[in-house]
Every structure is written in structure tokens, then in C-alpha cells.
Design a binder for this molecule. Structure first.
Ligand code: SF4
Length: 109
């Protein structure tokens, strides 16, 4: 569904049928976080899902205020691979187990 920010997001749920105005973020709801529509504007989750469609990737979201109270609240996303049972450092790319990164992209140090 399309979020209030205009992006497609599989975690967003809305119901406007017959005067209802239900809007929810199922990703934040799963971790007990409070969602407000402004959070969608800078949320990285839709971009991660577009870049990485791996069926084993599980996202977890928290709401934080980077650099203290001077900045607005933002969604921070971490990822976990259910297949390898480990945290994924680069959610856009994945853990490399199912879709190994070709050696041409290896950076030699
Ligand atoms: S906060 Fe992020 S995950 Fe939740 S509905 Fe908005 S864009 Fe989707």
C-alpha cells in the first residue's frame, strides 16, 4: 500500500472504507513502537525491500532521534537472515548466502 509519504510499502496498512481512517505500520507495530505518518518520509524500509527481495530477510524497526532531541524522530531498520541465523550488516545487499556477490565486486585491500 502507498504510505502517506507516497511510497509503496508492504508494511503499511490502511482502511478508508465507509468512513474509516485506519492507518498502521505493521513493521513498527511488531516491535511495539508507535507509528506516526511523518516517519514514512525518511524510513529506509521501502528502499530495502525494493533492493533486496530475499525471502529470508527479516527487518526490525525502531524509532530513534539521531543526534539528540534537536532532530526529528526517524525509523532505524536492522536486518536478520532467517536462513543463516545472523544479523545482516547491509540490508540493501543481503548476507551473501543465497545471492553471492560476484568476485568482480571484491575490493582488495
Ligand atoms: S514507517 Fe516505514 S515501514 Fe512503516 S509504513 Fe512507513 S515506510 Fe513503511
Amino acid at each position: 500500500m502507498r504510505t502517506p509519504a507516497g511510497f509503496e510499502c508492504k508494511y503499511f496498512y490502511s482502511d478508508y472504507y465507509r468512513g474509516r481512517s485506519t492507518e498502521e505500520c505493521r513493521l513498527l507495530q511488531a516491535s511495539g513502537q508507535k507509528w506516526t505518518p511523518d516517519l514514512c518520509r525518511t524510513c529506509p524500509a521501502p528502499g530495502i525491500v525494493r533492493a533486496n527481495a530475499c525471502e529470508f530477510l527479516q527487518l526490525r524497526a525502531t524509532v530513534a532521534r539521531p543526534f539528540g532531541a534537536a532532530f526529528s524522530r526517524r525509523v532505524q531498520v536492522s536486518a536478520y537472515c532467517e536462513k543463516t541465523r545472523r544479523d545482516v550488516q547491509e540490508p540493501h545487499v543481503g548476507c551473501g548466502e543465497c545471492h553471492p556477490i560476484p568476485p568482480i565486486f571484491d575490493v582488495k585491500k
